[in-house]
Design a protein around this ligand. Sequence first.
Ligand SMILES: Nc1nc2c(ncn2[C@@H]2O[C@H](COP(=O)(O)OP(=O)(O)OP(=O)(O)O)[C@@H](O)[C@H]2O)c(=O)[nH]1
Ligand SMILES: [Mg+2]
Ligand SMILES: [Zn+2]
Length: 354
Amino acid sequence: MSKQKGKDWEAYLDYDDEYADSVYEQSELLAKRTRKSRPKPQSDNRVSGIVVRALGHHFDVRTDAQADPGVPNQTRLCEVRRRLRQEKSTDTLVAVGDRVWVVPEGESGGRIEEVEERTSVLSRQRPGMEALAEDVILANPDQVLVVFAIEQPEPHLRMLDRFLVIAEFNELPAIICVNKVDLASLAKAKEIFGLYEQIGYRVVYASAETGLGVDELRQLLLDCTTVLTGPSGVGKSSLINAIAPALALDVGALRDFMQKGRHTTRTAHLLPLPYGDKTYVADTPGIRELGLYDIDPADLGFYFIEMEPYVNECRFPNCTHDHEPQCAVRAAVEQGAIDAERYESYLRLLHGEE
Ligand SMILES: Nc1nc2c(ncn2[C@@H]2O[C@H](COP(=O)(O)OP(=O)(O)OP(=O)(O)O)[C@@H](O)[C@H]2O)c(=O)[nH]1
Ligand SMILES: [Mg+2]
Ligand SMILES: [Zn+2]
């Protein structure tokens, strides 16, 4: 499924910049001699952790409190060796959410030595790249909370459909949150998003402002890692603040998010919520471009959950559900069993349109 599967991460990682840069080009002998004076990759003092924030080439890693006591905020600012940083790889080598092994340095520093294989990923096509390139939004999420606003900004359902396709492709349960219901009405919100309930998605109607839906969201987040995603300005950070006020995340001023290109949250941030050891939530920057990464257009029908039951009923096994005769999907659209707008979304994605 994800591109990382089977990749030998250790081959990409080392524990020392200077060492790594010389060893790979020079003789085995030199390598052996140098290694003696360096910490071993499997040194006993390494500790496990989770990458909670990416800061350019550095990463905040939350280390295991028992193995690594006395660390300020339980967070170490870690480097990765230079060779890794120079990799012209199109994949994200270290991402927020990655489980890593760190050799501690000083009171609050460290070096990422190993990245564990990702068990799941929320990713998209890296914007501005022609070639297939993965931009990992979050590594190892258990579920996705796709946040849209009923107003400010106006919801674009084509964009929501893209988020859902990406979640389905990655086999991540998706929950839809419609925020800012205080700006319209619950009736209007249901008119627009009720369709998604009909096709089987959980939809939470919320307002970070009035607290509507906040208890429901809190319940849904318990004991797992949830990534919040959606356009900028919809209130992702505001909702997390409402769920756990102690976090006090930065929230955008109204004029900021209406301006093009302004994102209040600039980097993904994985936060432990004060509701049990296993409750994590990831606040991420708003997304404007959401290209599908590594999804074969021929499989797209499988990721529209209400189309999926029909795709094997078509006359032609390679039916794209676009123009082919005796297409079960199109028949279902004509009968009203599949919503015409969702089908329109499907066609746009099929043809690579915005
Ligand atoms: N009326 C109303 N305003 C809200 C609500 N939630 C958030 N806002 C406002 O919407 C603006 C954007 O909120 P943020 O929480 O920064 O949005 P975001 O999704 O985190 O945005 P990025 O970090 O840029 O992706 C702020 O001015 C919030 O006060 C809500 O439920 N109702
Ligand atoms: Mg934000
Ligand atoms: Zn078909």
